[in-house]
Design a binder for this molecule. Sequence first.
Ligand code: PLP
Length: 398
Amino acid sequence: MPEVPVSVQRAINELKVQNSDPLCAYVYDLPELRNRAQNIVGCLPPGCEMFYAAKANPALPVLSALASFVHGFEVASGGELDWVRRHFPDTSVIFGGPGKLASDLEKAIDQNVELIHVESLLELQRLCDIAGRRQANQDILLRINLELADTPSTRLTMGGVPTPFGMEEACIPDALALLARQGRVRLRGFHFHLMSHQLDEKRHLTLIKHYLETVRTWEAQYGLSLTEINVGGGIGINYTQPDQQFDWSGFCTGLDELLQAYVDRAWRIRFECGRFITAPCGYYVGEVLDVKRCGEEWFAVCRGGTHHFRTPAAQAHNHPFDILPTNNTDAATPCVTDHSVTLVGQLCTPKDVFARQVHIASLGVGDLVVFRYAGAYAWNISHQAFLMHPHPEEYFIE
Ligand SMILES: *Cc1c(COP(=O)(O)O)cnc(C)c1O
């Protein structure tokens, strides 16, 4: 198991000193995040851009760390749009997501959103009405849920099968007819986000190849000249085999080769990744409060729980962790050695589990369990009010 980075250990020690109660905290390694973002963006072939999907982790220090490396932010609600615009008035913003309110669409126009990713014919009609009434221009992509002959299945399929996201391909003629009847909303291209948790570079390249071929066909079929293809996010993090992560640099090499077949293309290729960018920079730390045996099983109760860190419950996986041992020499406090242990939190529900029956060399009260890959879809997707426990400490390493 990899060690917890020294800078993260230092932050944890600092928090320990400041807190008289057992510790529970999020630590974010911003230098690591900047490094990662720079590498990810640096690998992209020419004509490709990386936007950060704010919904993965919209914390301001995270957005600020990323702002100078990514090409812009993708927002998925009026709330995210307000938040990003308030703090980054000049950054390029693109706006997707189902169920946009009319007021969200107005706000998008007011707040200078570069592209709205339109999710349905009704949304397109609403946007055309608003833009016409206000005599404002707005560029858009149509988000299409492509039918896939061979659905590359990951654990969270956003398309290729019936979902509430985007519009089906059969809607395109109606969408184009609607657009042709007005002069304010301009189609710049198509948007696809069919997959989450993608861990296989080759399959992802195959999927993107399919997008490009499809758009080329539509351009010919409908007489379009488009400038933009958004290939979504969805690059995964391998939580259960952390040493086997998506090979981003290999993927980018393959993408570069793939794009050689489209040298005459007018399209810019845009990614909007969330999880893959921020998950590795976050750590959730819980101090062991109790260790106990029930029948043949051992349980370690940690400070905090899935109301702070819902990721393992949401993904139904054993979350990877490291143990920082304490110097507890009190022989009276319970400790388990060389045994499987289930790590749980403080909630009164059997679902409050971080990792089930994981073999552990030694774990005792006062030890710190550090969950890695807690920088995306973690704190911000958790049911934070449940049981009225206090919020965890938050530490951003600068
Ligand atoms: C959530 C989402 C993303 C980001 O997904 P990740 O899996 O975090 O990369 C990108 N685009 C759309 C439309 C989304 O809904």
